[in-house]
Design a protein around this ligand. Structure first.
Ligand code: SF4
Length: 64
């Protein structure tokens, strides 16, 4: 599973980093960044999916 972030859509709510801190983090202004690359480790996929669903701005997407 790979994740993509749309920083132009991100509204800095922070839900993603709360749900999946090993995948998403926030920059100094509160906008999303990837912790590692766009490939999500298998053990982090459930958290990443929860983060994607938690984003009010729909700024996170996944591809298999
Ligand atoms: S939950 Fe969505 S809007 Fe909030 S910081 Fe994460 S990507 Fe941005």
């Amino acid at each position: 599973m790979q994740v993509q972030i749309d920083r132009t859509a991100c509204q800095a709510y922070g839900n993603c980093a709360d749900e999946a801190p090993a995948v998403f983090r926030l920059d100094d202004l509160g906008y999303v960044q990837l912790v590692g690359g766009d490939e999500v480790p298998a053990d982090q996929e459930p958290a990443a999916r929860a983060a994607i669903l938690s984003c009010p701005a729909r700024a996170l997407h996944a591809t298999e």
